[in-house]
Ligand binder design. Structure first.
Ligand code: PEP
Ligand code: MG
Length: 747
């Protein structure tokens, strides 16, 4: 095979484009393409394998292989050389294919006579579409130029696929972005929603993958990179940055100014690609590398490069973030990830949120919860598949998303939403009724909050007060540390909205998963057990003192409740309390009114506190069990880790034993105790907690109705007997017996 020149490659791309411009159905076009490529590359075989589903590749067109194998030969991802290319997104180039490790012989194709094999991925910005293969009888290694040329062709094929060039009758490819797709992710926030896709970052569509005139494209890419560099420089100049942030952004800037990056894109253009396609080709390569780099720092840098490519594409196409598109009716936000401030900006206008990344404790999840918007996280691939305006169903309870659903699925889903709406109406009827159990115990139900947006729920949910106000949310949604007076005004508004109902303000709980954008990131091996919450507060008391002052000023003579997060030993509580008391004294001395009453409590989130000395229980004004953290430390199972976070049941007899011990110790010292973790809002868990003696539960506002409804239908004393009997029997979890008890009651 002769060496190829750049103009060969350009000629091939032009032929490809012209051929695709001719009329014809999908299959016909694919056949033409394979013929053209084999002819131009001087190989006997050219084949296109495309994904049928995420795991299966199908031979969809071939020049040279036996015609009867087309649409018959299928491979699993990773199977054979083609499957290997698809899985790794790295070309396979060999002079002796049958001797390659993993080679799979497919007799129906008649390929045994071909010795050389070159396969490259067909991908569009990391979206794997298939594999393009050329084969020849002569045993020879393909040159770097040839590999490169085939990659460029694959790039154009990917773009053409995206534009629908291979659709039509007998289509080799399922229509991209047309068929129903289901994504199985994880629950970020429960609830169901039906709506239309709104992409946080609109997809950039490249309509001209092949360059008409490379000189014009070169000028365009150089101008766009120039513009990008200026914008990144401006970005850096506009921020006041600490040393660490500067270092990170400098690396970002360095990429923007990288000669290598521009040179590679220039080479792609010389080979026949348009400026946009060149950017995407390099972006795909970056993404392929991203998935293979284990080092977190390097991955972050590759993310930078990915982000720069997006910016560059937006400059070149004028598309992207501000496309001028209107938010559809019932918008469901689809994004890779989103920051809390951006999500808040959309606010309650959103019906649902679907993220391909995200985590249960991410800031976006916290905000979605505060706004009671159904959220599905880890919906892998959704960003690539969804288009603005697509119909979408979000099942936050199951962590499932249906994109462009079949009518039957949509109808079943609507039934579910209707049932939930009916249930909500029933709960609304209970709003002013007490959570009185059948055996006459009244449980106090409070709500968790953290944003002003939560407060209207105080009225609508019928909560008795705010059992947990997560003050860190106000810090997380800003890009700089809020000032004391700003916080004082905000806390005052919270107390005003509570109209005399109790609000337990938790001091700043940062660190671990809650990282402030303006705080120096701590590189800790185990952040959940690291420098977080009150540990930060005590080591750097400036913020704790400032918060205490803001709360005292906001109370302006009204009653005030403050609690500290993540206290692990008595001494920490004493020290933190001393800081608050000192601020009360200081504020009084400055002539500010001091709170009418002041309660100072602690979150019980580490098992150690259950074993604290009696004095601890006697000194604290109240305690609140942070079940989310307590459970993760009790079972040593990371609450952020999808693999283990559901592994241990809250109704595990040992865990309930720990809770009982805390209840007993509080009873001895007369300390008010509540439970404010997520489990308080799960009806079955909530009645069990109440049955074993918890009197106060604090939960998301939306959970108050369902929890109250079940308490009102339950004999808590009888349930307690069931739990006691199970624990005495040595059962691991009391759940089966509890469910049986509830089922009997329901009959
Ligand atoms: C908890 O740990 O249960 C808790 C309520 O605190 P957070 O979820 O904010 O860590
Ligand atoms: Mg906690």
């Amino acid at each position: 095979m002769p060496e190829r020149s750049e103009s060969d490659s350009r000629k091939l791309l032009k032929r490809l484009r012209d051929s695709l411009a001719e009329p014809g159905q999908g299959q016909e076009r694919l056949n033409r393409v394979t013929h053209l490529i084999a002819d131009s590359m001087h190989t006997e075989v050219c084949s296109i394998y495309l994904f049928r589903d995420t795991e299966t590749l199908e031979l969809c067109a071939s020049e040279g292989l036996l015609a009867e194998s087309v649409h018959q030969t299928r491979l699993r991802l990773g199977e054979g050389l083609v499957g290997r290319v698809a899985r790794t997104a790295v070309p396979v180039n060999t002079a002796n294919a049958p001797s390659e490790k993993g080679f799979r012989f497919m007799p129906e194709t008649g390929e045994e006579i071909y010795s050389s094999f070159l396969g490259v991925p067909i991908q569009r910005v990391g979206e794997k579409l298939g594999v393009l293969v050329v084969q020849s009888k002569a045993a020879r290694q393909f040159s770097d130029d040839e590999v490169y040329a085939l990659e460029v062709v694959a790039m154009v094929l990917a773009e053409m696929t995206e534009l629908g060039a291979f659709l039509g009758e007998g289509a080799a490819l399922g229509a991209l972005h047309k068929q129903p797709v289901m994504f199985r992710g994880a629950t970020g926030q429960e609830g169901s929603a039906e709506g239309q896709v709104w992409l946080h970052e609109a997809r950039v569509v490249v309509t001209n993958p092949v360059a008409d005139d490379p000189e014009v494209e070169l000028t365009r890419i150089r101008a766009a990179v120039g513009e990008l560099r200026v914008s990144v420089d401006d970005l850096l100049a506009a921020q006041s940055l600490d040393k660490e942030q500067k270092k990170v952004l400098e690396a970002y800037r360095m990429f923007a100014h990288s000669r290598g990056w521009l040179r590679r894109m220039e080479e792609d253009i010389q080979a026949g690609l348009s400026a946009e396609a060149a950017v995407e080709k390099e972006q795909s390569a970056t993404r392929a590398r991203l998935s293979q780099v284990p080092d977190a720092y390097l991955r972050d840098r590759l993310h930078d490069l990915d982000d720069l490519s997006n910016r560059l594409l937006r400059i070149l196409t004028g598309q992207g973030r501000d496309t001028g598109a209107e938010l559809p009716e019932n918008p469901v936000l689809v994004a890779r990830n989103i920051g809390p401030a951006e999500l808040l900006e959309y606010g309650r206008s959103l019906r649902g949120v679907v993220l391909s990344e995200g985590s249960v404790g991410s800031h976006a999840a916290i905000v979605a919860r505060a706004l009671a918007i159904p959220l599905v996280i880890h919906a892998d691939g959704v960003v690539v598949e969804a288009l603005n305006g697509d119909a979408i169903l979000v099942d936050g309870d199951q962590g499932i998303v249906h994109l462009r659903p079949e009518e039957s699925v949509a109808a079943a889903f609507r039934d579910k939403i209707a049932m939930q709406t009916q249930a909500q109406l029933r709960y609304a009827d209970l709003r002013d009724k007490p959570a009185l159990s059948l055996d006459g115990r009244e449980i106090s139900l409070h709500m968790n909050a953290g944003l002003m947006a939560d407060l209207p729920s105080l009225e609508s949910s019928g909560a008795e007060g705010v059992g947990l106000f997560r003050t860190e949310l106000q810090f997380l949604i800003r890009n700089k540390m809020p000032k004391r007076d700003e916080l004082a005004r905000l806390y005052a508004r919270v107390m005003d909205a509570a109209k005399g109902r109790r609000v337990a303000f938790r001091t700043l709980d940062i660190g671990s998963d809650k990282v402030l954008p303006y705080m120096k990131p701590q590189d800790e091996p185990n952040p959940a057990m690291g420098w977080r919450a009150i540990r930060v507060g005590l080591d750097k008391p400036g913020v704790l003192q400032m918060q205490a002052q803001a709360l005292i000023r906001a109370a302006a003579g009204r009653p005030l409740s403050i609690m500290f997060p993540f206290i692990a030993e008595y001494a920490e509580y004493i020290d933190a309390r001393a800081y608050v008391l000192a601020q009360v004294e200081r504020e009084g001395a400055l002539g500010h009114p001091t709170p009418e009453t002041l309660e100072i409590g602690a979150m019980l989130e580490t098992p150690s506190l259950a074993f604290a000395p009696r004095e601890f229980f006697e000194t604290t004004d109240f305690l609140s069990i942070g079940g989310n953290d307590l459970k993760q430390f009790f079972f040593a199972a990371d609450r952020e880790n999808e693999r283990v976070r559901r592994r241990y049941d809250t109704l595990n007899a040992s865990f309930l034993g720990l809770i009982r011990q805390i209840i007993d110790r509080c009873a001895e010292s007369g300390t008010t105790l509540s439970f404010c973790g997520e489990d308080a809002g799960r009806p079955v868990e909530a009645i069990c907690l109440a049955a074993i003696g918890l009197q106060n539960l604090s939960m998301r506002p939306a959970s108050i109705g369902p929890v109250k409804s079940l308490i009102r239908r339950t004999d808590l004393a009888a349930l307690r007997e069931v739990i006691n009997a199970e624990c005495a029997k040595g059962s691991v979890s009391v759940r089966p017996a509890v469910m049986e008890f509830l089922a009997k009651d329901a009959n």
